[in-house]
Write a protein that binds this ligand. Structure first.
Ligand code: GRG
Length: 319
């Protein structure tokens, strides 16, 4: 498999799914819908939906219920970027190579666009329950009694998985996840951080959404508890490595490569892994975390090739 070609395919698929689920019919909401679409369609690496689908495929997941969840995780991620760029937070003018939403649409509309994306993520994910119901009615009518029982059992299992996926999608971006990390980040900005505080911020601000993506992939593929636990451990490492790499790129990449301002951590007086340990140590840590994730991945039976290449690609990413 040529990794970059496959990655391009998976990103295109994630974008098609996202486009399918974005709001279409608008009257009085048009401006906010435009502001939502403006940042969603600006690009971005689509790492979270791609990771979700990669885990789903690894564990032999079937069916289309994964799609609304893929769209939902990218909507939540995009909301967090719109709000993170606001004057009250990082006050950044560029994101994904474009002027930020508040520069183009004004602050009020950018706040509403972020709020709408968050809310719409759950409206979107909830559609998975109705997709399942339609399939259930269709299937049952044609089956014998025994087959109906078997089918009902599997549908119940499926429904439980959807409920669990929804609970993950609600918890991880919230106060015990991404928001919790962001709160600590805001309150500790400009202060000397302990290693423990920095870890808490990274685990939550960045790690929680990556964990949500991968856990939802595992749950919807009907993975067993041991598999779900190991996917969670892998996701933890990938999330931590992803944020440290983000810190490294903030120091070493160019504006053109990132599509957003560089040295923004310094501007915002943020202590990062790089500030505490330097570039070389940070690179080593990204590699260590990623190789540990690969080791965990090798314990899985399915086709691990794409996910392994993706983890290694994230170490070398230039944006
Ligand atoms: C509610 C006012 C209010 C604010 C919430 C939750 C939040 C603000 C911010 C989230 C924190 C955040 C933006 C963390 C950074 C995580 C990170 C490394 C983002 C960049 O992700 P990429 O590189 O971006 O995947 P692309 O553009 O490629 O999708």
């Amino acid at each position: 498999m040529e990794f970059l070609e496959e990655m391009e395919k998976q990103v295109a698929y994630a974008e098609a799914v996202l486009a399918k689920y974005m709001p279409k019919d608008t009257t009085y909401q048009k401006t906010v819908a435009d502001a939502m679409a403006y940042t969603v369609s600006a690009g971005g690496k689509r790492i979270r939906p791609v990771l979700m689908k990669a885990v789903f495929d690894l564990l032999g997941g079937r069916g289309e219920e994964i799609e609304p969840f893929m769209a939902a995780i990218e909507m939540i991620h995009t909301y967090s970027l719109i709000h993170d760029d606001l004057p009250a937070l990082d006050n950044d003018d560029y994101r994904r190579g474009r002027k930020t939403a508040h520069i183009v649409y004004g602050e009020a509309m950018a706040i509403l666009a972020g709020d709408s994306l968050l809310n719409y993520a759950y409206e979107t994910a909830a559609r998975a329950f109705f997709m399942e119901k339609e399939a259930a009615v269709e299937d049952l009518e044609q089956l014998s009694k025994e087959k109906q029982i078997e089918c009902l059992r599997s549908q119940l299992e499926n429904k439980c998985n959807l409920e669990r996926a929804m609970a993950i999608l609600a918890e991880k971006p919230g106060i015990y996840g991404m928001i919790g990390g962001q709160v600590a980040d805001v309150e500790l900005t400009g202060k000397r951080l302990t290693e423990g505080q920095l870890t808490y911020i990274y685990e939550n601000k960045t790690g929680a959404l990556i964990e949500a993506a991968m856990l939802i992939g595992a749950v919807l593929a009907n993975g067993d508890e041991r598999q779900i636990e190991n996917i969670g451990k892998m996701a933890y490492n990938i999330g931590m490595a992803f944020q440290i790499q983000d810190d490294i790129l903030d120091e070493t990449a160019t504006f053109e490569e990132l599509g957003k301002p560089i040295h923004s951590d310094e501007k915002n007086e943020k202590v990062t892994y790089v500030t505490l340990h330097g570039i070389d140590e940070s690179k080593k840590e990204v590699k260590r975390l990623s190789l540990e994730a690969v080791e965990l991945l090798e314990g899985f039976e399915g086709n691990t090739e794409f996910l392994e290449a993706l983890i290694l690609y994230l170490i070398q990413r230039g944006k």
